[in-house]
Design a protein around this ligand. Structure first.
Ligand code: G6P
Length: 610
């Protein structure tokens, strides 16, 4: 979604801002812009529809000099993608603003500002902030005070940065519902919506809390909380590596991140699971005391993270002796739900900033859950800060919009959670050791699976002219079928649906013909004979099948079925193992179709608005 970068420095900052925007491209956007206060105190702005590179090219012919500047990538919500709707927005050639989020009362504010003769030049909700700050500055004693007065009038979500040409020593920033991170340099300071943007210039960061307003100058950062009290927000060194945003030898981030999965899982296991010893403190201080009392788990997530939660439900109820419910965050947050006794709320999120998941966590705090735990990949993110417990997946930065290594490391975290809860609910030591051993085989097993890339690439040709696909699975492979379908639709724009194979007769069978490829995830397990009956139902209707199965499942390729031989693995880790071939399939289909693999149309990596 939208990205923000800002700087207050002595040196010219245009290149830093544009590089920052490039590092945020993965989040998804449709236009980009930059505004800088010139050495003569003029407000200079360049905006372009399309890629950040278009903006960079424009700046080559029209360079902007100056040390105080703000920049933005926009993902349209109010007003179509266009140059005039792109940020920064300005008021009276003095105030410039970038904004992430949605101002819900923008119509009302717009009418009020029009009465004061403010002229609007865009269709955005953001422009009201610009004119409001200008208006408030007529009576306020400082930019900080004007921004504080402005945000009090805003309803909705914002992460915003405000700059005034008459006071170019500072920018003022405010956060409510949309993350902002301050980057500390030497004699220069920065602001961004995601620390990835600032890694080339600093490694020291502090996150603003909800309701904070901060003034950033070259040498100082002053923060006040929502009640106007001065506060400190602890600055920490980031562990994210500077080159996390490089594709290296790979053609796309998605492919790089698919191949990084064995390492990401090794990193996620390190120091946490050895032999059958699980370090429960890895979920946070006091986790074991909380887990001891848990009788029910409510999982909340969106997108791919929702699918990992679906797998966890099978694991928790089968092995950990606790009941489990899983729900999409945008549904959970708007319905009245019953909270069972001793229930743990678990959110799952790659980014830790997904608006609906965060809202669900905040709602749950009032509902009487015993505690909250997040399984998350971004340290310092809102979900991590606002949850009682946190399990950090160590996937490293994930840039491709289609989630790969974040998903499989979430599953590893959820398996460890199954162990941690299971030991308090009668899981035998032998079972604990068996599951722990299976988890530890994962990195090597996934390396074997990645060797399937060549045959899967060849298979992808069959999908090039298809418009629809059906994915089938049973038990804990049903969510993997759903994840496979999501991947295919996200990046190759082929309409794909997943069904629990037992549901075939209740509708999807009507769709089966030679034009509808059917992908089946079929490891040998207790349900394999049931699944084989479903496969026969498809075959009898002339369907063409692609079956991902191990040698024990005993499928053979023929004219109606192509079997992809997946290495044998223990049952419990099979959902993780079978994810990778489906990721590779969607990747190679997208390559053939020529779509934008890492930044699929209309999608964003981190969905910070509802
Ligand atoms: C977006 C992304 C998905 C992701 C989902 C949930 O839709 O494109 O890849 O699964 O958000 O994001 P989260 O950061 O909460 O896991």
């Amino acid at each position: 979604m939208c990205g923000i970068v800002g700087a207050v420095a002595q040196r010219d900052v245009a290149d830093i801002l544009v590089e920052g925007l490039k590092r945020l491209e993965y989040r998804g956007y449709d236009s980009a812009g930059v505004a800088i206060v010139g050495h003569d105190d003029s407000l200079n702005r360049v905006r372009r529809l399309g890629k950040v590179q278009e903006l960079a090219d424009a700046l080559k012919s029209e360079p902007l000099a100056g040390g105080t500047g703000i920049a933005h990538t926009r993902w349209a919500t109010h007003g179509a993608p266009s140059e005039s709707n792109a940020h920064p927005h300005t008021s009276n050639e003095t105030i410039a603003v970038v904004h992430n989020g949605i101002i819900e009362n923008h119509n009302e504010l717009r009418e009020k500002l029009q009465q004061f003769d403010y002229q609007f030049t865009s269709e955005t909700d953001t422009e009201v902030i610009t004119h409001l700050v200008h208006h408030e500055l007529k009576t306020a004693s400082s930019l900080m005070e004007a921004v504080q007065k402005t945000v009090k009038q805003l309803e909705g979500a914002y992460g915003t940065v405000v700059m005034d040409t008459r006071d170019k020593e500072r920018v003022v920033v405010a956060r409510s519902g949309s993350p902002l991170v301050i980057g500390y340099g030497l004699g220069e300071n920065f602001i961004a919506s995601d620390l990835m943007a600032l890694l080339p210039v600093t490694r020291k960061f502090s996150y603003l809390e909800e309701g904070d307003v901060a003034e950033i100058t070259r040498f100082d950062v002053t923060i006040v909380d929502k009640d106007g009290n001065s506060v400190e927000r602890e600055a920490k060194e980031s562990e994210v590596s500077h080159d996390a945003g490089d594709k290296g030898e790979y053609r796309h981030y998605m492919l790089k991140e698919t191949y990084e999965q064995p390492t990401a899982i090794r990193n996620t296991l390190e120091g946490r699971l050895s032999g059958s010893q699980l370090n429960v403190d890895t979920f946070g201080a006091g986790a074991d005391e909380i887990f001891k009392e848990i009788e029910h788990v409510q999982i909340i997530a969106c997108g791919t993270s929702y699918h990992s939660g679906m797998v966890a439900r099978y694991w928790l109820e089968a092995h950990a002796g606790v009941s489990c419910n899983i729900e999409i965050a945008s549904e959970f947050r708007y319905r009245k739900s019953h909270v069972p006794k001793n229930a743990l709320l678990v959110t799952i999120s790659q980014s830790g900033e997904t608006a609906d998941t965060l809202a669900a966590l905040r709602l749950a705090k009032d509902l009487g859950y015993k505690a909250s735990l997040t399984i998350c990949n971004v340290a310092g993110s809102s979900l991590v800060r606002e949850s009682d417990l946190a399990f950090m997946t160590k996937a490293g930065a994930e840039i491709g919009v289609a989630s790969t290594k974040a998903f499989t490391t979430q599953l590893v975290g959820l398996l460890m959670m199954t162990l941690a809860l299971g030991k308090h609910n009668g899981m035998s030591e032998a079972k604990q050791a068996e599951i722990a051993h299976s988890i530890l085989t994962l990195p090597n097993k996934l390396e074997e699976v990645l060797a399937l890339a060549a045959p899967i690439e060849a298979l992808a040709e069959d999908f090039a002219d298809k418009h629809h696909a059906l994915f089938l699975g049973r038990g804990d492979q049903y969510p993997i079928a759903m994840e496979g379908a999501l991947k295919l639709k996200e990046i190759s724009y082929i309409h794909a649906e997943a069904y629990a194979a037992g549901e075939l007769k209740h509708g999807p069978l009507a769709l089966i013909d030679a034009e509808m490829p059917v992908i089946v995830v079929a490891p040998q397990n207790d349900l394999i004979e049931k699944l084989k009956s479903n496969v026969e139902e498809v075959r009898a209707r002339g369907g063409l099948m692609y079956v991902f199965a191990d040698s024990k499942a005993n499928f053979a390729s023929d004219e109606t079925m192509k079997v992809i031989d997946v290495p044998l693995c223990d049952d419990i880790i099979a959902p993780i193992v079978y994810t990778l071939p489906l990721q590779l399939l969607s990747y190679y289909v997208a390559i053939i179709k020529g779509t934008d693999v890492d930044q699929p149309r209309n999608l964003a990596k981190s969905v910070t608005v509802e």
